[in-house]
Write a protein that binds this ligand. Structure first.
Ligand code: TEU
Length: 561
């Protein structure tokens, strides 16, 4: 139709406020800390900042359990500090989007308290309340309304003594799911969103947005989930009314606004077909979404705790299918890291001798695709996994619950710790490493979670001062997206699809063509003769690159127009 949307050549940076910059020495990052570090983001060149939740919350899931959507949690700062941060972001020509966590609230939210006050309450239907099954007594094992497991361990139902019913929570028991079939719930959510937009923010990252419509029959699931429970996902992922709800949301919140906002959905389990339904512009739903296919390729049938090596061919196939499937119709977010995933340089690369090369290789493969790249704090300096060895170092509710359940079922603590070391979300949540000082420049106090093990070697100051700077490489990738329309909008063609070691693709727009070559392995790789020509625009072996050979973890972008 018209001109491409502004975000087609934008790059987003995710801040996990708890772990970004502390200025009060309580060991927890804060809003003033973000203001102090905004120049880092301007220098990197990003266009948009996404803030993980800073709303009032009992912090059972680090803010993904909100008790008041219109208040900043005191742990992060004041209302004025928030407005100041927003103004400072805008003053630097950047935008800021907020997390929107509305699949569920906190149990501490007023709406839940009211809904839980009695069965007769007019707001009872704001959440999902159900009786015990059959003739079971409430609270007994087996009495749950169905067999669904919670993503954070145990049943997805918790017994409520006062009103003698169960409530549904896909996540932890502190995170009851809102009932989106209630008009009251939707109206309240849309009012709240409008309130934030009127305050001046630039949009939302919508948490678990494809979970908001549940199959109201709440059937048992025949699919195993973690050995004990059933997997309810087929009955709450992209449920019967999800598109109706999202469409209504867009109409009620954005219809009369300028189009300079950004709305990105987090959609676990979304297929390419679903992604099209969410992002084809004419449908009036989301701008783009985070899908999970590529970050689940090292999961076995048992899910994230059933870890296996990722096959390069699977990743190529998956990325290719998403690139081709959305081409010219929908839009995708591009990411490898966020606050829920282990550090990708440790997971898919080599965080030892080839840390620079593998970090920049994955950055190249990601940033040269069509879509909107999201950078997670610390990724721009190649931060690595936490390397915790004892359970008291962990903070994440998911990791702690898994440890308790798995060890109770007889798995050895050592084996579970080894799994957590690779898989835990806390790997991504250690404090941002700014300098080589004692607390990495993050805080003058004791950080709420341990520092990454190599913070004296891996930090912003050291990275920028070194010949091999990951930060500078990211700057180049971002600049290319801003300056070269082919990077933002070109078509995508996978080359040598069945090659077991080479990852190569071509981007084309009009007369302009780029070829992207990468060798995610430790072996030198001959470059196929037809891919040896062209002018190298960017590469992680600099001037030493040999047109005929890819060195270990080498990546390069070549202009072949
Ligand atoms: O995550 C939702 C989600 O479906 C997964 O990413 C989930 O966290 C993962 O499978 C667990 O290993 C979002 C947030 O990003 C996450 O931090 C929250 O814990 C979750 O929602 C609940 O709000």
């Amino acid at each position: 139709s018209s001109r491409p949307a502004w975000w087609t050549n934008a790059v987003v940076y995710q801040i996990y406020p708890r772990s970004f910059q502390d200025t009060t020495d309580d060991g927890i990052g804060d809003l003033t800390g973000i203001v102090q570090r905004l120049d880092h983001l301007s220098e990197l060149g990003v266009d948009v900042i996404w803030l993980s939740p800073i709303h009032e919350s009992p912090q059972h899931d680090n803010g993904y359990d909100i008790s008041n959507y219109r208040r900043i949690d005191a742990v992060f700062g004041t209302e004025d500090e928030f407005d100041y941060l927003l103004a400072e972001v805008h003053a630097r020509g950047m935008k800021m989007i907020m997390d929107l966590v509305v699949n569920h609230t906190s149990t501490e939210h007023e709406a839940f308290k009211v809904s839980a006050s009695s069965r007769e309450n007019i707001s009872r239907d704001s959440y999902h309340w159900r009786d015990p099954r059959g003739s079971f007594k409430g609270g007994e094992p087996g009495a749950e309304p169905n067999n669904w497991g919670s993503l954070f361990g145990g049943s997805a139902w918790s017994w409520h003594e006062l009103t003698q019913q169960y409530y549904l929570h896909i996540f932890s028991a502190h995170q009851p799911d809102l009932n989106w079939a209630s008009t009251r719930v939707r109206t309240r959510v849309f009012e709240m969103m409008n309130w934030w937009m009127d305050r001046g923010i630039d949009g939302f990252r919508m948490d678990a947005i494809n979970y908001i419509s549940k199959d109201q029959r709440f059937p048992d699931s025949m699919i195993q989930f973690g050995g004990v429970w059933g997997d309810g996902a087929p009955f709450y992922t992209s449920g019967p009314r999800v598109h109706e709800f999202v469409h209504e949301m867009m109409r009620k919140v954005f219809a009369d606004r300028d189009t300079d906002y950004l709305v990105v959905g987090e959609t676990t389990g979304a297929t390419v077909e679903e992604a099209l339904l969410f992002t084809i512009p004419e449908r009036g739903e989301l701008d783009m979404l985070f899908q999970f296919e590529h970050v689940n390729l090292d999961h076995g049938p048992g899910g994230k705790w059933d870890r296996r090596p990722v096959q390069l061919r699977d990743l190529k196939t998956s990325w290719n299918r998403w690139q081709r499937g959305l081409e010219g119709r929908g839009w995708n977010s591009l990411y490898l890291s966020n606050h829920d995933q282990p550090r990708h340089v440790s997971r898919f690369g080599n965080d030892g001798d080839f840390r620079y090369e593998s970090a920049t290789l994955w950055a190249t493969l990601l940033h040269m695709q069509r879509g909107t790249p999201f950078i997670y704090q610390g990724e721009e300096i190649g931060m690595v996994n936490a390397d915790f060895s004892s359970i008291d170092q962990y903070r994440d509710v998911e990791s702690l619950n898994f440890y308790a359940e798995a060890t109770a079922r007889g798995r050895s603590p050592q084996a579970v710790l080894e799994l957590l070391r690779h898989v835990s979300r806390d790997n991504a949540r250690t404090p941002m490493q700014w300098d080589a000082g004692p607390r990495a420049g993050f805080s003058g106090g004791i950080p709420w979670i341990g520092l990454g093990p190599r913070h004296r070697e891996i930090n912003v100051e050291t990275d920028k001062a070194s010949v091999k700077s990951i930060f500078r490489y990211y700057q180049e990738l971002i600049r290319m997206r801003h300056e070269l329309p082919v990077v933002a909008l070109g078509t995508f063609n996978l080359l040598y699809a069945n090659h077991p070691a080479l990852f190569a693709f071509r981007r084309t727009l009009g007369e302009v063509s780029l070829s992207i070559l990468a060798n995610p392995s430790y072996q030198e790789l001959p470059v196929p003769p037809d891919l040896r020509t062209g002018k190298v625009l960017l590469g992680n072996y600099g001037g030493e690159a040999d047109p005929a050979v890819l060195a270990p973890w080498e990546a390069r972008v070549t202009d072949i127009s």
